[in-house]
Ligand binder design. Structure first.
Ligand code: NAD
Length: 481
């Protein structure tokens, strides 16, 4: 198996310590390769390389930067099969899902920002005959991008592409749990001739690599996606030096279903929004509130559909639910199912480890699980589980369900099912979340602001918001009288 290396100053290198960390195949529960166990020294070298590359990259004509991003997008598309296989091996997600969603989206991220930078314009504020202001937006310098394991290349590229597009150089840290496609991205950057030091990818643990990246004096901004706990530590570390941060964090998203919805569409989509990627998408709806008049019908149909989802090896086309990403995560999810029982919940389906045949018998598989009978404010309904586990609860009025939906500390996304237009607008306005989907889920337009409220995030990614985050605005005021 190919060993994973850091990508620093245009070269593939080991950690300076010479140490490595083990990388697991969740589908079998075995180590399949090793990645660099980097530390502050590797971060320092990467930041130095990025600093050296900055004057050239930031002054390159935007068309040339755009062309590099386009070439990366094309190479990702050419390597679709290999990248999808790597993502599936590393993460445990079905191969077909990585091929259909993760890898095409990574290519789209680079292509989107390759185009965006050629169309970007900044503001001019006229003061009539007195004068005018124009806003100059300059790249920040060296920026840090830190990403999680659930959508590895998808989220990694979502940060790197806009940062590079506007002329920053980047030191990026993928999750230590899923480093493989970030490594393959380094190879792609070398193949397309990206100048040395423009993008540096340093592998390793959060405390040993992420923390020194966040703390580094020369790193001007941190774009982070991950847990609220780590986001909070980054906020505390960066506040005293006023470092620019964008924090995309956890969620506990409500899925609110009214009796007047398009029932068949809702049912099909709710299966997806609950269990896609083993429920390990920050946007999955894990608390399902159903209007009382259709609750029993929904419960019966939902349980029937979810019980039929095939849990299986990620390589098989029929598999709908692959392995969860790691042993600690597997244990965490199971512990929440136990907690649900203690809190008075009834397991309607699933609720335990799924046992597969040889050679997958030690993989980390969990049956898709539906729980009912819990109060909206119990721990299982307030804390992020991030696995194939959902709860269902009846409600009678809009006021009641809004109270339930908004009761958590999180505010990332919400899904709303109703054919009543005025109710849809009313509820969308009152739900405390950065994204509200009405009669759909995960429909994405890359131009829109993406991010969460409350403990789910600070700042927004996507489109113009990402370009703005990665630049510093300066107003130039000119008097012409
Ligand atoms: P995590 O917070 O444990 O790790 C995320 C990244 O931060 C990893 O690369 C990790 O190594 C690094 N890290 C850890 N400690 C650090 C430190 N002290 N300083 C700097 N970096 C450090 O999250 P995870 O378990 O990888 O991912 C799951 C979480 O991500 C869930 O909470 C999920 O909701 C969230 N998530 C949010 C979004 C979003 O858009 N809001 C998207 C995907 C995932």
């Amino acid at each position: 198996m190919q060993q994973i290396f850091n990508y620093i100053n245009g070269k593939l290198v080991s950690a300076q310590s010479g140490n490595t960390i083990e990388v697991y195949d969740p589908s079998r529960g075995v180590i399949y390769t090793h990645a660099p166990d980097s530390d502050e020294r590797d971060i320092n070298t990467a930041v130095e390389a990025a600093q050296l590359a900055f004057p050239l990259w930031s002054t390159l004509h935007y068309n040339q930067r755009s062309q590099f991003l386009e070439k990366i997008a094309q190479r990702i598309e050419e390597k679709l099969d290999a990248l999808a296989a790597a993502e599936s091996l590393d993460n445990g997600k079905p191969y077909w899902l990585a091929k259909k969603v993760d890898i095409p989206r990574a290519a789209s991220n680079f292509r989107f920002f390759s185009h965006a930078i050629t169309q970007w314009k900044t503001e001019m504020h006229s003061m009539g005959s007195q004068g005018f202001n124009h806003t100059v937006r300059s790249p920040l310098g060296v920026v840090g991008c830190i990403s999680p394991w659930n959508l590895p290349l998808y989220l990694f590229s979502w940060k790197i592409a806009p940062a590079l597009a506007v002329g920053n150089t980047v030191v990026a840290k993928p999750s230590e749990i899923t480093p493989y496609t970030a490594f393959l991205l380094s190879e792609i950057c070398m193949e397309v001739g990206l100048p040395a030091g423009v993008l540096n990818i340093v592998h390793g643990l959060g405390e040993k690599v992420g923390k020194p990246l966040v703390d580094h004096q020369k790193v001007k901004a941190i774009s982070f996606t991950g847990s609220t706990a780590v986001g909070k530590r980054i906020a505390i570390a960066t506040a005293p030096v006023f470092k620019k941060v964008s924090l995309e964090m956890g969620g506990k998203n409500p899925n609110v279903i009214f009796a007047d919805c398009n029932y068949e569409k809702m049912l099909k989509t709710t299966v997806q929004s609950s269990f896609s990627n083993q429920g390990q998408i920050c946007l999955c709806g894990s608390r399902i509130f159903v209007e009382k008049s259709i609750y029993e019908q929904f419960k019966q149909d939902f349980v029937e559909k979810v019980s039929a989802l095939k849990v299986g090896p990620p390589t098989e086309d029929k598999t709908k639910i692959g392995a969860v990403v790691s042993k600690p995560h597997f244990e965490k999810i199971l512990s929440y199912i136990e907690l649900a029982k203690k809190e008075g919940g009834t397991i309607l389906c699933g609720g335990k480890r799924a046992k597969l045949d040889d050679p997958y018998q030690n993989g980390w598989y969990i049956e898709p699980t539906i729980i009912e009978g819990l109060s909206y404010d119990c721990r299982v309904n307030q804390e992020e589980i991030f696995g194939p586990v959902v709860t269902i609860m009846p409600f009678e009025t809009e006021e009641e369900v809004l109270r339930y939906a908004n009761s958590t500390t999180y505010g990332l996304s919400a899904t709303l099912w109703t054919e009543n237009l005025t109710r849809a607008h009313r509820m969308a306005g009152l739900l405390e979340s950065g994204i509200v989907w009405v009669n759909t889920w995960l429909l994405r337009d890359l131009r829109t602001p993406f991010g969460g409220m409350k403990s789910s995030g600070i700042g927004r990614e996507g489109g113009e918001d990402a370009l703005r985050f990665f630049t510093e605005p300066k107003n130039v005021c000119i008097e012409i009288e």
